[in-house]
Design a protein around this ligand. Structure first.
Ligand SMILES: [Zn+2]
Length: 74
């Protein structure tokens, strides 16, 4: 029983080690970006993210649709 516990621990440590290495590899790479490289902006009303070119700009704010732009001003 003791041997089994040690084996399980070894497997868990190895698994954590491999996962840590994988995470480190991802972190050192380039930050994930959209395929187009376009900036994503959040809708000020509902918070959904959308490409800047598809967003409705109102001053420094962005909205996903005209309805939300009107709702935000109320
Ligand atoms: Zn919205």
């Amino acid at each position: 029983m003791g041997k089994l516990l040690v084996l399980v621990l070894v497997v868990l440590v190895a698994y954590a080690f491999v996962k840590a290495l994988a995470a480190k590899g991802r972190a050192s790479g380039a930050a994930p970006r959209q395929h187009t490289g376009e900036r994503m902006v959040p809708c000020s009303q509902c918070g959904i993210n959308l490409p800047e070119s598809e967003a409705l700009a109102a001053g420094e704010r962005y909205f996903c649709c005209d309805e939300h732009r009107r709702q935000f001003r109320q």
